[in-house]
Ligand binder design. Structure first.
Ligand code: MG
Length: 162
């Protein structure tokens, strides 16, 4: 079936540990805990990438950047995002808009949201107003609420053509 719009959703979670930097949306956020992962564990960027891939039924980021591959150890997730963006462009699609939520009990993310949007938009070559980033606590409930991890949800709308 031919369609000129596609929607995708993505979800990711990473464990919080004491000896890692906290990087969300490509922004290094000062905090005593950081996210554990094979790459830089940027949970927000990972959710966005999965939403972009999902919109075109292209699988997930684990397929393209397997955690077993030493090539991606410590990888800057914005570099991976740029590659996923190129993939969707090569298939004839562009981003209409993205919306996302980061669920973190601490630290306060609001001061960093504008920088995250600017960084993500720059990599994706879209306007910042096409990249929604929101933050919420989990009211101390569940793994995010107990600060065992940080999770992120994203949806993306892709539009055919340029
Ligand atoms: Mg991940």
């Amino acid at each position: 079936m031919t369609m000129n719009i596609r929607i995708g959703n993505g979800y990711d979670i990473h464990r919080l540990v004491s000896d890692r930097p906290l990087i969300l949306g490509g922004v290094h956020i000062p905090h005593e805990l950081g996210l554990l992962g094979h790459s830089d564990a940027d949970v927000l960027t990972h959710a966005i990438m999965d939403a972009m891939l999902g919109a075109l039924s292209l699988g997930d980021i684990g397929h393209y950047f397997p955690p077993t591959d030493p090539q991606w150890k410590g990888a800057d997730s914005l570099v991976l995002l740029q590659q996923v963006n190129q993939l969707i462009i090569d298939q004839g699609w562009q981003i209409g808009n993205i919306d996302s939520v980061v669920v973190a009990e601490r630290p306060k993310l609001k001061p960093h949201i504008a920088t995250m949007r600017d960084k993500l938009a720059a990599v994706l070559e879209v306007e910042a107003n096409q990249v929604g980033v929101k933050a919420t606590t989990n009211e101390k409930l569940g793994p995010a609420g107990r600060e065992e991890g940080i999770c992120a949800y994203a949806v993306v709308l892709l539009i055919a053509g340029d």
